[in-house]
Design a protein around this ligand. Structure first.
Ligand code: AMP
Ligand code: MN
Ligand code: MN
Ligand code: MN
Length: 279
């Protein structure tokens, strides 16, 4: 098979953060989906990678060690996917550890805020859904849906978990510059995740991309799960303009009914340098 015909999916989640499947289950699904290169990019943790590696033994699929880091820039939150990282690297692993502590503090505060609003037990409920792993807003969302307080996950976010809503809590994520530094220190490639999901105006988007590039960010997610051709061309335009390489990732969480499929992704335009040529 030529390199160009390979199927890449470089943004996925497992049970180690807010995905549905264990790392080995995800590897099985990815093989079924015909994926050649899969990056597992759990939120602020690399804890699923070891099990995933084991599951690829004697299989055709290649695992790329990844992580999805939450960062702050200009008081806004962004996600940076680190690809081909070294999970053993101290600078990265210390940064991730700090974020997991931050998640725990935030989860307690979200629980308290929801309790004041008349919804008790959310912290315990979300914590149970997360098991041994760090709590994400996705776990709170699932708890609230299970309680019948919202129709679906998207609705919970809209009514409870975003800015100026009853379950919103500001989180003290590390700066974008620091996040990029942590990923690069571990030998990884920092990629700005799902650029169109932040709902930025054109001028904020340009400012963000300038800052990302100045902080030595490298790639941009040009193709995301369920993105339109228009979306892709917009992102490809940003990559050309700011000299960034292109990545391709579904952001699969295992919930096919509500979210994207694994490995069902468009090809990036020919003139964009793919991130996988950089490792
Ligand atoms: P956190 O990192 O804890 O703030 O949680 C963010 C996660 O929640 C994302 O990675 C998504 O999985 C999920 N999420 C965020 N916003 C939405 C939304 N509007 N609808 C559905 N899921 C969302
Ligand atoms: Mn998520
Ligand atoms: Mn994300
Ligand atoms: Mn993600």
């Amino acid at each position: 098979m030529t390199h160009m015909n390979c199927i890449y999916d470089l943004h996925t989640h497992t049970l180690e953060s807010d995905g549905k499947y264990t790392p080995s289950e995800l590897i099985e699904h990815a093989i079924q989906a015909g994926i050649d290169f899969l990056a597992i990019t759990d939120h602020d943790t690399t804890s699923g990678l070891e099990e995933a590696y084991q599951a690829t033994t004697n299989r055709s699929i290649k695992l790329i060690a990844g992580v999805e880091l939450s960062v702050k820039w200009q008081e806004k939150n962004f996600h940076i996917v680190g690809l081909n990282v070294d999970p053993e690297n101290k600078i990265l692993s210390k940064g991730l550890e700090k974020h997991r502590q931050e998640r725990e503090l935030r989860a307690i505060k979200i629980g308290q805020r929801l309790e004041k609003y008349g919804i008790p037990g959310a912290y315990i409920g979300a914590k149970q859904l997360a098991g041994n792993n760090a709590v994400t807003r996705n776990h709170f969302a699932r708890f609230l849906v299970d309680r019948g307080l919202a129709k679906n996950i998207r609705d919970v976010f809209k009514h409870y978990l975003v800015k100026s809503k009853p379950g919103y809590v500001k989180t003290n994520w590390t700066s974008m510059e620091n996040g990029i530094h942590q990923i690069k220190s571990s030998g990884g490639i920092p990629v700005l995740a799902h650029p169109l999901r932040y709902r930025l105006t054109g001028s904020w988007m340009r400012k963000l991309l300038v800052a990302f590039k100045e902080a030595e960010g490298v790639g941009l997610e040009i193709v995301t799960g369920n993105c339109t051709a228009d979306n892709m061309h917009t992102c490809a335009g940003y990559a050309r303009r700011y000299g960034l390489s292109g990545s391709v990732g579904s952001d699969y969480h295992g919930h096919e009914k509500e979210g994207p499929q694994l490995g069902k992704l468009k090809n990036i335009p020919d003139d964009i340098l793919p991130v996988w040529k950089q490792w």
